[in-house]
Design a protein around this ligand. Structure first.
Ligand SMILES: O=C(O)CCC(=O)C(=O)O
Ligand SMILES: [Fe+2]
Length: 354
């Protein structure tokens, strides 16, 4: 994988501390931005709020569950995302997760350098993967880790400072895995499919999960710089813990951009490309991006669940019929496929259409 990454002399975080103006490679232009102009305060997205305790608790009335399942199906086939509430993780627990990430990402550069992501590697500390000289840079510092399967963790990238980083992220991973299992089952039920048809590929027989821990420092020119460029996720689903103090995430619907509201105790869940493929296009993997803020920084925690890269995925058989012909062909190792498309400037989901 050809890429030209090296840790810059200054990361966005250091530039923000020093009061530097963003260098030209961070500034948007007509040639480096193809997904619509940057609006820092578009309307709020009326993203559905779903009570996911209905999907686990047998004490809830069946009618309640049916209503939430209908809401889930509608949310995922229109917005491709929803706010999950009543997920069982207390606010103080979520604060402790954000805290270890903030502590690591705010360490001096020399300390973080030990975990630097090498060119061609998906793991470690740094900025986005650089695939072309003209690529606009994201105004963020981030750490990417493979968190599952446990025996494939590369601990050399797992910070030892703060000292509770590893145990906190390990515990959070297992809790997110369990919530993902509930959501994959609910997604299947909402489509009248056998309840395990997605969960067995994502959280039972195989569990591949990546974590991305991001710090968006304040930016002096938020109307010219993205925190994160527009993209769709390559995952099955992504579970995102937002910063309770700062908005920044935007989602695209029908060609228009909306700001995702921050709900203090919610997990924001968006569908990734692989679930769009498996649902034969019924569910949507939405384009999303992050804008920066002049005064305030923002921390976010994104957990990506993916199927086994060695197994082919494709539309579930019963979702393909005369009324809804097969939209996508089968594909293996979508992460690598997606990266190769990105390098060529092609949208991966378009490239897997039949
Ligand atoms: O930071 C956010 O709010 C979104 C992060 C994201 O979209 C990603 O890491 O893929
Ligand atoms: Fe994303």
């Amino acid at each position: 994988m050809a890429s030209t990454d090296s840790l810059p002399a200054k990361t966005a975080y250091q530039m923000a501390i020093d009061g530097d103006q963003p260098p030209s490679k961070y500034i948007l232009s007509n040639t480096n931005n193809k997904f619509g102009s940057l609006e820092t305060s578009p309307p709020f997205a009326p993203v559905p709020i779903i009570d996911i305790s209905c999907f686990v608790s047998s004490s809830k009335q069946d009618d309640d569950q049916q209503a939430e399942l209908a809401k889930l199906r509608s949310a995922l086939s229109t917005w491709g995302c929803f706010q999950a509430v009543n997920h069982g993780l207390p606010e103080s627990y979520l604060d402790s997760v954000r805290q270890v990430i903030k502590q690591f990402l705010e360490l001096p550069l020399e300390e973080k350098r030990k975990y630097f992501r090498e060119a061609g590697s998906a793991e470690g500390y740094g900025n986005d993967v650089t695939v072309s000289e003209s690529q606009v840079q994201d105004w963020c510092d981030r750490l990417s880790l493979r968190v599952l399967p446990k025996d494939q963790r590369n601990l050399e990238f797992w910070p030892e400072n703060p000292s509770n980083f590893r145990e906190t992220i390990d515990d959070f991973t297992m809790k997110i895995k369990s919530i993902s299992g509930v959501i994959f089952k609910a997604m299947a039920k909402s489509l009248d499919l056998e309840e395990n048809c997605f969960s067995k590929q994502f959280t039972e027989e195989h569990d591949v999960m990546k974590g991305r821990f991001i710090l968006y420092p304040p930016c002096p020119t938020p109307d010219q710089v993205f925190g994160l460029k527009a993209h769709s996720d390559r995952s099955g689903i992504t579970l995102l813990l937002q910063d309770p103090g700062t908005e920044g995430l935007q989602v695209c619907n029908d060609g228009k951009w909306y700001m995702v509201p921050v709900l203090r105790d919610a997990l924001f869940i968006n569908l990734g490309d692989q679930m769009q493929i498996m649902s034969n296009g019924i569910f949507k993997s939405p384009l999303h991006r992050v804008v920066t803020n002049k005064e305030k920084g923002r921390i976010s925690v994104a957990m990506f669940t993916e199927p086994d890269p060695n197994k082919e995925i494709g539309p579930v058989d019963v979702l393909v019929d005369e009324k809804r012909p097969r939209v996508y062909r089968t594909v293996k190792n979508y992460a690598v496929f997606n990266y190769e498309c990105f390098q060529k400037g092609i949208v991966a989901l378009d490239a897997v259409k039949v």
